[in-house]
Design a protein around this ligand. Structure first.
Ligand code: CA
Length: 295
């Protein structure tokens, strides 16, 4: 009797599952089982445990990068506490930051600024289960389902490769993880073991996080000693180009700051930062914060 009851409870739980019987579920199960050798039961257990979160869909529909003004965005990231804690982060990790600067050419202030903007130096790594985020966005957010569906498969692979509990790992509403908020495919492609313990752990190893952020920027075109932005002449951005310059390489930028338009040219290293996050506000905030962190 007890066994029947338990079976019933299990079946009821499965029937109430948001994703096990979702129209997209079978294709995913097939792909993971046939192309990537996962056990069917394991995939089904994961799907039956995952939850659809409306809050995730609400959050991704109105990201700060695209709905806020620059003044408001800047105020959030360039403030006293984040600057002070960034300087402390540099002091505490100076040895590894200098090593990364030497290995990859990315200044310690830029690596630190990215980790500071992403997670307040590792303090806020996200409170959503990544499996909930990726299933919600991969199955129930048609506008970007293709992208998140791919991240979902990468997340299965990542958690298997790195021996992580797929139901426990937490991150942002968009499934970004650890100190530097890497999505699954980036974690698999660009995370490195920088403390020498044999695994790339972006959740707990600050050394691995520092090395991985620097490696990411390096692979995405960071130029040693290169510029991030430089100021352009007001209202005449194009004047700064020499005829030989490759126009498409540079990004003209205009920000309204305290009611005044300021114009910049984004150079190679600005573009490298936008490979981390496509928003110009984001790259500009990283630049401003990195300047504040210089001693
Ligand atoms: Ca490591």
């Amino acid at each position: 009797m007890k066994k029947i009851l338990l079976t019933l409870i299990f079946i009821t739980a499965q029937l109430q599952s948001d994703y096990l019987f979702h129209p997209e579920a079978d294709i995913l199960i097939n792909e993971l089982v046939n192309e990537h050798n996962f056990e069917e039961n394991f995939v089904k257990e994961v799907l039956s445990d995952a939850k659809k979160k409306q809050k995730i869909i609400d959050s991704i529909s109105k990201p700060a990068e695209f709905t806020w003004t620059w003044d408001r965005y800047k105020k959030l990231f360039i403030e006293e506490k984040r600057i002070k804690n960034g300087k402390i982060f540099i002091t505490n990790n100076i040895r590894v930051l200098e090593k990364a600067e030497k290995d990859f050419g990315v200044p310690k202030e830029v690596i630190t600024a990215i980790i500071g903007v992403e997670t307040r130096y590792g303090k806020i790594q996200g409170s959503y289960r990544v499996i909930d985020s990726l299933l919600t966005l991969g199955f129930d957010y048609p506008r970007r389902s293709k992208f998140f569906r791919k991240e979902l498969v990468n997340f299965f692979l990542l958690t298997r490769e790195n021996e992580l509990d797929i139901l426990e790992i937490k991150g942002s509403y968009a499934g970004a993880m650890g100190y530097g908020q890497f999505i699954s495919s980036s974690y698999r492609a660009y995370a490195i073991d920088y403390d020498g313990d044999g695994s790339a752990d972006l959740f707990n190893s600050v050394d691995d996080a520092i090395g991985s952020v620097a490696n990411y920027l390096y692979i995405h075109g960071w130029k040693r000693e290169g510029d991030i932005v430089y100021e352009a002449f007001p209202n005449n951005v194009r004047k700064v180009f020499k005829p030989s310059d490759e126009l498409s390489k540079f990004i003209p930028l205009s920000f309204n700051e305290n009611g005044k338009d300021i114009n910049f040219i984004g150079d190679d290293n600005f573009i490298a930062i936008t490979k981390y996050n496509i928003s110009h506000f984001y790259a500009m905030a990283v630049y401003y914060l990195s300047e504040e962190l210089k001693i």
